[in-house]
Design a protein around this ligand. Structure first.
Ligand code: TYM
Length: 329
């Protein structure tokens, strides 16, 4: 079975709708017929300062959300990145393969460092290189992510190619798995910007009170005119709502457009608020159930880490050998 790997940061505690529709929804689908590895990337989270208590809590909350959203720990390997030391170890090898200018071209670093109020750490700069190690350790065929990760995937392929040509074939070249329709969910208040916690405003959080989400949806910025049609250029706000509506219900955008013929933006927003509430309420209940039993949750993660290490340690050992390290007996 083809292998997939992806990761999500525990930084924020609650995931937002962009994380779910852009990535996690695909993770759930892919676990059916792929050998899937999904990790909560706590090593990546500390590239900006974290409160230790919050990081610990948010890591568990993230794992609980993945389970509540449908990741099945019997089918997929769900783990915490820091439980598998090979990530940091291969990360170092990859840093030594990366050009300074190559790393400096990463647009996400430029955005993030520009927004940082405190001084910017080197970890934020080398962040995408650690991400490359995450992927390459598992010899992943596909990496399900949102559009904003495309450049990091290209770096990953470049590093794998460079390593392979210097030292002999070691890593599989992974492909980004990006579902076009939901690859970029937009902010509800600023529908030309990506939905993101770092630009607060129109962000729908999965763990907030659904009443609050419904209100955010009702007050989403829509466009001039009154017709409900899908037109990303001229009607980014309405189109974003249609994308979300379609993804949450499984209905096509075309059928929604037909349904809302002659109706107003208000109707669409009110209905979408209800659709979201209905979808998220049982998710929140399941999250609570997982968090009520932290011992079992930690056990699931420990089992995942063990399976992940079985794979990761083989790749790390092979890379050490190729690069010329004396292998420990
Ligand atoms: P992170 O934690 O920022 O986001 C997790 C996933 O959510 C996607 N995403 C979106 N998709 C559509 N619309 C949006 N508005 C939106 N916002 C976020 C992201 O593309 C991502 O897939 N660097 C990664 C974490 C990572 C990783 C990895 C991913 C670390 N190692 C290895 C893949 C493979 C990140 O910061 O994701």
């Amino acid at each position: 079975r083809p292998r997939v790997l992806s990761g999500i940061q525990p930084t924020a505690g609650s995931f937002h709708l962009g994380n779910y529709l852009g990535a996690v929804r695909q993770w759930v689908a892919l676990q059916e017929d792929h050998d899937a590895f999904y990790c909560v990337v706590d090593l990546h989270a500390i590239t900006v300062e974290q409160n230790p208590k919050e990081l610990r809590q948010n890591t568990r909350v993230s794992a609980a959300q993945l389970l509540a959203l449908g990741i099945d720990p019997d089918r997929a390997t769900l783990f915490v990145q820091s439980h598998v030391p090979e990530h940091a170890q291969l990360g170092w090898l990859m840093q030594c393969m990366t050009g300074f200018g190559e790393a400096a071209r990463m647009t996400q670093f430029k955005d993030k460092s520009a927004r940082q109020e405190q001084s910017v750490g080197v970890g934020l700069f080398t962040y995408p290189i650690l991400q490359a190690a995450d992927i390459l350790l598992y010899q992943a065929h596909y990496v399900p992510v949102g559009e904003d990760q495309r450049q990091h995937l290209e770096l990953t392929r470049d590093l794998a190619t460079r390593f392979n040509s210097r030292y002999g074939k070691t890593f599989r070249l992974p492909e980004a798995y990006i579902v076009k329709d939901t690859a970029k969910i937009f902010d509800l208040q600023e529908p030309t910007a990506k939905m993101s916690k770092s630009v607060p405003g129109g962000v729908v959080e999965l763990l907030e009170d659904p009443k609050r989400s419904a209100k955010k949806i009702r007050s989403a910025v829509t466009d001039t005119g009154r017709e409900i049609i899908f037109d990303v250029e001229n009607k980014p706000g309405v189109s974003n709502l249609l994308t979300i509506y379609s993804a949450l219900t499984g209905r096509t955008v075309e059928s929604l457009v037909l349904d809302y013929e002659g109706k107003g933006y208000g109707d669409l927003k009110k209905d979408l608020g209800e659709v979201f509430t209905e979808w998220v309420t049982p998710v929140q209940e399941r999250v609570r159930t997982y968090l009520d039993d932290v011992a079992s949750l930690d056990k699931i993660l420990a089992r995942g880490a063990e399976r992940a290490r079985d794979v990761a340690s083989v790749t790390l050992r092979r890379s050490y050998e190729k690069i010329g390290f004396v292998l420990p007996e």
